[in-house]
Every structure is written in structure tokens, then in C-alpha cells.
Design a protein around this ligand. Sequence first.
Ligand code: ADP
Ligand code: MG
Length: 463
Amino acid sequence: SGKWARAMAILREFEEKCGTPSGKLRQVADAMTVEMHAGLASEGGSKLKMLISYVDNLPTGDEKGLFYALDLGGTNFRVLRVVLGGKDDRVVKKEFEEVSIPPHLMTGSSDALFDYIAEALAKFVAKEGEGLHPSPGQQRELGFTFSFPVRQTSIASGNLIKWTKGFSIEDTVGQDVVGELTKAMERVGLDMRVAALVNDTIGTLAGGRYCNQDVIAAVILGTGTNAAYVERAQAIPKWHGLLPKSGEMVINMEWGNFRSSHLPLTEYDQALDVESLNPGEQIFEKIISGMYLGEIVRRVLLRMAQEADFFGDVVPPKLEIPFILRTPHMSAMHHDTSSDLKVVGSKLKDILEISNTSLKMRKAIVNLCDIVATRGARLSAAGIVGIIKKLGRDTVRDGEKQKSVIALDGGLFEHYTKFRISMESTLKELLGEEVSESIVVEHSNDGSGIGAALLAASHSQYL
Ligand code: ADP
Ligand code: MG
């Protein structure tokens, strides 16, 4: 019928606008490299903040002792206790707990959020087992993974630039987040020193390097997206401090805020951005990361319902609710292998209260998930190629067999198989066969927690 044709026309037009042929991805990768240079040249020189992490030494394996880590990055936070045994024994013990953040705390007051975190941490510390206590008279030390843009002032201090990923707490912006946490720990009576403040990308890079000496960069694909890599200190014109002994400095790119005229943006992305908590910001993140992919699918489906009666005469009311369709739901529909696409059918029913969908409709919806996931995956690969180019590792120097390992983490990478496969094959497509052999993507499972603990260890007050 005419209505079906109209719905398919909406879908095909969206697909066309989402197109990411290799040529376009190369332009995106080149733009990423250009912005990296600009962000390193001067403060505010680029959409890419290229933040200096104050991490100029990555873990060696010699780290020893009991350390805590706290990972705050999205809807959950994790507390972690590790015992490091040095070169031979490595991670002797690792215990963790995950705590969810009540949504009202994500947009409330700074004190309320940090009190909640400090209380959960204090409870976790209280469960320290036999032989797991700090030496008498010593303070417990913590690596604080805080995955929002922070302008660091030292390894253990930094001011929040802005919230992202659905957090919006005005009184934290501009504050030292270590100070906020430390004050909250004092309020709940927990005696602990923050030894290192790191972004999750930095934590993942540190955790990755601990396991594999060839790790040179880390990328997070979770609720949000970001990347960090090891830069030559000499190549950071905006750094006016002493050159570190190692000659290196880890840079937190904050690549979620990347944007370029080469990005394939659609009217749906524009509307999502305008209606978001942070309009005009985090444009790369809004087309790639887990917080947004399901929402993009919802917006296209809503248009198909409104303008082409895709779900019948009435627009399903649930479909009008922002963020109701989450990326894990989208992923489940996308991976449905049953002949009648029954997972798609049941997701539509359970989440959107839409029943009686035909196989033809379900197929169109799987196609829509594929378009959105593929664009995100291919653009992530282009971003990684941008980093590889910046490091001059996009060509094989004759005879050299130096591996470049990228540590990847985050729920999207971990659980959205089709996304991960598309990202990895796009890397090969862009780098070519020969270079691809030297570039390895490695899943760094919860490297960021261990990484933060390792960095706390190497910045301990007792060294
Ligand atoms: P964060 O980024 O908040 O620190 P994670 O790295 O655990 O946390 O990522 C969580 C995100 O991963 C979720 O917001 C969701 O978008 C995505 N995710 C989780 N599970 C799945 C899944 N099964 N399929 C697709 N995406 C998923
Ligand atoms: Mg995380």
C-alpha cells in the first residue's frame, strides 16, 4: 500500500543520510587527527579538549599493597578493593561491588550525590576481611575513576568542566571533584586519601598496559564514549610544565565532543541534540554511544508511525516517550535470529505496547537497528584510525613488527556483538591488510577499576 511505501521511503532516506563509505570515514579520521593537533596546541583550540592527565608513567607491574578504587561513570558506580603483589604475584586479590545511582541524584545537589557515594564506599570498606587491612597507622588510599570531563590540576585534583550522559548537577561544575569526594568521606567518617583522579579511559589504558606492554590507547564504548592515548610530551605545545622523565604524557581526548562537517548527521540526530540536556555538545557521542543508539531508533520509528501509520491508525503512545527504547533492547532485536523474529515482536509488545506486528514490519525494524548500529560502529573505527594516524602508526615501516594494542571497554563494546564486529572489520577496511596485522583491539575487562588502583599505588604517599 501507499502507507507502507511511505514508511519505507522514510527508512531509506534515513539510511542514505547515515551512509559511511570508506572515503567519508577517512575524512572523519583525518579530521580527528587535525583536531587532536589543535587541541594539543592550545587550551580551547579545538572541540577536542585533549586534557592532560598528569599520568606520565603507566603501570610497570611492580605496584604493591592494598588499594581501593571507585568508578563513577554512568548509571552505576563500582567500588573495588585490590591487593597488588608486585612483579611475580600481580593482582593477589580483587573484590568489588556495584551500586546503582538513584536517578534523582543525577540531577540533584553535589553533596547528595557525593554523600551517597561516600556512604556506599564506607560500607564496602567496613567489610574488609582478615589480612586485608592497611598497615598500622597508614591511611587507606583510593584511585578515583570519574568519567566526566575534568581539567586536572595535579594527579589527584581537578575541576569538573561539565556533566555529560544525563547528569546535570549545577553546583559541581567548576569544583574540584576530589575535594567534593573528600568532604563527603569526612562527613560519613571515612578516613581515606584520594591518591589519583583518573578518567575511565586513563584507568583502562593503565589497566591494559599492566596486562600488555604494547597498549598505547584506550577507548570506551559504554553509556558514553571517549578515548585516551600515550603522547610524547614534546608534542604537547600547550604543556608548560616540566617535561616528565618518561618523556610521555597520557592524554584524555574527550572525543565524545568531537564534531566535523564530515559526520553523517540526520534530522533525527539534530532533534535529539536540541532536546538533550547538553545541546550542541558531545555530538560524536550522541551518534555512537549506548545512551543514544536506542533513542535514535525510537525517533525514526516515531516518524514512521506519525507520517506513514507504520503501526496502524494510531501512534502508539509509548513510542512518544524519550529514551524508552534502550540500547540493550535495540541490541536484542538486532540479534534476533528466530525465523519469525519473535524477540522483536516481544520487545515491541513489552516496551512499546505494540502488538500484532507482521514479519515484514519486524524485518524493517531490524534493518533500522542495523543502520544505526553500523553508523556508530564505523565512526568509532574512524576515530581509532585518527589516533593511529596521529601516532604515525598507520604505516608499516619496513621490517618493523611493533604491535599497537588498543584497550577497549564499556558495555556497548562488550555486549553489542554486531556493533563490535562491525567496528573491528571497519578498522581492517580503513587500515589495509598489512597495517591491520600490527593493530590489535583487546577487550580490557574492567581495566579501569584495576587501572585506577594501580595509579593510586604508583602515587601513594608511602612510596
Ligand atoms: P558506563 O559507560 O555507564 O560506565 P558500561 O560501560 O557498563 O557503563 O556501559 C553501560 C552501557 O552499555 C549501557 O548504558 C548500554 O547503553 C550499553 N549496554 C549494556 N548492555 C548492553 C547490551 N546487552 N547491548 C547493547 N548495549 C548494552
Ligand atoms: Mg564505565
